[in-house]
Write a new protein. Structure first.
Length: 712
């Protein structure tokens, strides 16, 4: 890098840094910079980013800051606290502390990278011979760097640029992707596969960005040449500035720079939050019912800062949790589900097999047999705790060998959990049954023509209901970003009825009008033996409009129709199907009193852009609780009242997101009349998400995963 910069006419200096903590290192560099005449482009790598951020303040000669796989702290931030907020760093476990003595008699600890970890943590994409040379010249990082507080943020007044090392194991690349746009970076280069030592493995990419910064600021300054000063330090910690809706971003594989406007699923009420947060003693307006004693958890996609996975459904899962007890809202937390995908493992391996643990776990969260599971239909569930800590993938003692739906159904009478898994190759559909104590006992392949996007299903007292609908896997879309599914008129639409009797696998199919269903309300068998299914139905135009809005492939409908509550009545005696629209109101995320799952129910609850609706299916009437302005209610989870008798005696819990980016709320409604019982004020925004559950306090110690043993 230095050789090329000098050949291109730049004066280059790389001043040594102790490093002995941020105050000492900042003062050392600031004094040196005062001796330099003319415009300066100041470059910092790793912990050096924190140093240049502080040292550049007040020096009018510094025209640009370039951060190379570096941290960009803001005023008042403590580096050691910040590094805990983003997954992906292995640096702290790779450090070896060594005491040292200062000339003034004080002591400290220098943190060296362990020799056996330098290659894989610091320089995995350089030859091992080179990493051994780097090891020999490695300087320690002072332990006080983790406790020092940044005093100023020069990037607020000095233009900045940044290099993201996409495979960085020292500083999480997700942090780098987020902090550079927040620091108003005028240019960002992401180098795919690059380690923390990106300036060694990809010197051309880094040099190009430095010269870009120099050319831009030199032109502004009216001078012919800047003086890039390179400051390179050992790994440290960093900061996450404010998120911006647009930024200039250049990916190294394309070599193009363009202005990127975030898609709908990354802005407004969908905008992901950049960090994990905890807060205690939340403000409550109104009165929380005293029998609400437990945890409300909700799941949803939350892409890592600066990341666009191409579709709303594919962002890594983030859980939001609120602990309610004795009329108080004790705490709020949000945590990413620590999956193998979040750690960078590919879902599709090089040998074309699938890693079922490399999933986003972003769709739902349930508790069964005392175990809390974060779900996504593409892979295995993840075991998490009510306090949102990730324990690991969960495969029911090795018996679950397929993916698991995000919408399992628990029978309220037997306690059994019914679920299914889909696959890209035969068998495309597999049914599973889990006992009330958490043992997977029954798995049956179900014959369907091909892979479709089967998101939900239904159960009745004696039957399983399948929805084989015309949104199909398109191999041509695999690897193109987003989800590889599209509407296919030729596939047709049908509903299938399968017996719940163990061993039964035959399905009786009923042809229905073409449609798609994301979510089922409920299903049951009526007094005449007919099977009734209530769900939210999309016609082709409605599906295309919604699908393309969130990143899906296809032509966007110019005049979309709404998704509405719909009823199918299947008559096994005659083979006939009756279809009825239940309401003309736009609807999604239907919920009900789950003590009636698979049994006749009178009420369903849905949400739309203007609020939460209660549907009386017997009278075919409804009422709405409106959420005006920029407030958008999420799925309304029904919680039965402790002393309730009627089906609708209880509460609805809904997380409210704001289009303007304001703080979220937990809305608590009386389910009988949709009046507001209480509002819990949350400390941060909560993005629009998917599904959640109420986990009542049982008083039992949280169950650990079952150990291997014989199945009776």
């Amino acid at each position: 890098m230095i050789d090329r910069l000098q050949r291109d006419g730049y004066t280059v200096a790389a001043p040594a840094n102790p490093p002995r903590g941020m105050p000492t290192d900042t003062a050392h560099l600031a004094r040196f910079l005062k001796s330099v005449e003319g415009p300066i482009v100041l470059v910092g790598h790793s912990y050096g980013g924190a140093v240049i951020t502080n040292a550049a303040a007040g020096n009018v000669n510094i025209k640009a800051l370039v951060y190379v796989a570096a941290f960009v702290p803001d005023k008042g931030e403590v580096l050691g606290e910040l590094i805990q907020k983003y997954p992906g760093s292995e640096i702290q476990a790779a450090l070896n502390p060594v005491p040292y003595d200062n000339a003034d008699g004080t002591t400290g600890r220098g943190l060296y990278l362990r020799p056996d970890r330098i290659h894989d943590v610091f320089a995995s994409d350089v030859p091992e011979k080179t990493s051994r040379i780097m090891e020999a010249g490695h300087r320690p990082f002072s332990a006080t760097g983790f406790t020092d507080t940044a005093k100023i943020a020069a990037w607020r007044t000095i233009p900045s640029w940044g290099v993201v090392a996409a495979a960085d194991k020292a500083i999480p690349s997700v942090l780098e992707r987020f902090e550079y746009p927040g620091a108003h970076a005028r240019g960002v280069v992401e180098v795919r596969g690059a380690s923390h030592a990106v300036m060694v493995s990809h010197p051309g990419s880094v040099t190009n960005l430095i010269e870009d910064a120099a050319r831009t600021t030199v032109k502004q300054d009216g001078r012919s040449r800047g003086t890039p000063f390179l400051l390179s330090e050992s790994p440290g910690t960093g900061k996450a500035p404010d998120h911006k809706a647009t930024w200039r971003h250049r990916r190294e594989d394309s070599g193009m720079t363009d202005e990127t406007t975030l898609p709908q699923y990354l802005r407004g009420r969908f905008a992901p939050v950049p960090e994990e947060h905890s807060a205690a003693g939340l403000t409550v307006r109104g009165s929380l019912p005293p029998d609400l004693d437990g945890h409300y958890l909700r799941n949803g996609p939350n892409p890592l800062p600066g990341e666009d996975k191409g579709h709303w459904f594919t962002g890594p899962g983030m859980l939001h949790g609120i602990r309610l007890r004795a009329g108080r809202a004790e705490w709020y937390r949000n945590r990413w589900v620590r999956t193998r995908e979040l750690d960078g493992h590919p879902y599709r391996r090089a040998d074309r097999t699938v890693d079922l643990a490399a999933t986003s776990a972003n769709t739902h969260v349930i508790r069964h047999a005392g175990t809390v599971l974060a779900l996504c239909e593409a892979g295995l569930p993840y075991w998490v705790t009510p306090s949102l800590e990730t324990m690991g993938p969960y495969d029911f003692e090795g018996r679950l060998t397929t993916a698991m739906t995000a919408h399992p159904k628990e029978d309220p009478a037997t306690g059994e959990l019914h679920l299914f898994g889909t696959a890209f190759t035969p068998p495309y559909l597999t049914y599973h049954r889990v006992t009330s104590d958490g043992r997977l006992l029954d798995s049956r392949p179900v014959d369907v023509p091909g892979p479709t996007m089967m998101h939900d299903f239904a159960v009745t007292e004696h039957h399983i209901l399948w929805m084989d609908l015309p949104v199909v896997l398109d191999p041509a879309l695999v690897g193109c970003g987003g989800l590889p599914y599209r509407w296919d008129d030729a596939y047709g639409a049908r509903l299938g009825v399968m017996s719940r009797t163990p061993g039964a696998s035959g399905v009786r199919w009923f042809t229905v009008d073409p449609c798609y269903v994301f979510h089922v309300g409920n299903a049951y068998e009526d007094a005449r033996g007919r099977i009734v299914l209530d769900a939210v139905r999309y016609d082709r135009a409605g599906f295309q409009h919604a699908w393309t809005d969130i990143g899906g492939a296809g032509e966007r409908a110019s005049a979309p129709t709404s998704s509405v509550l719909h009823r199918w009545c299947l008559d096994p005696a005659t083979g006939g199907v009756a279809e009825t629209q239940l309401d003309d109101r736009a609807a999604e995320f239907p919920t009900h009193n789950e003590t009636l799952t698979g049994r006749p129910n009178r009420y369903l609850y849905t949400v739309s852009d203007d609020g939460i609706a209660k549907h009386d299916l017997a009278r075919r009437t409804g009422r709405v609780h409106e959420t005006p302005g920029s407030r958008y209610a999420g799925e309304a989870v029904f919680v039965p009242a402790a002393d309730g008798v009627g089906e609708d005696e209880g509460w609805l819990l809904s997380l409210v997101s704001r289009e303007n980016g304001g703080a979220g709320e937990l809305l608590v409604l009386d389910a009988t009349d949709l009046t507001v019982q209480a509002v819990v004020e949350l400390p941060r925004p909560v993005p629009a998400g998917f599904h959640g559950s109420w986990l009542p306090e049982s008083g039992d110690v949280e169950q650990t995963p079952p150990v291997d043993g014989e199945v009776p």
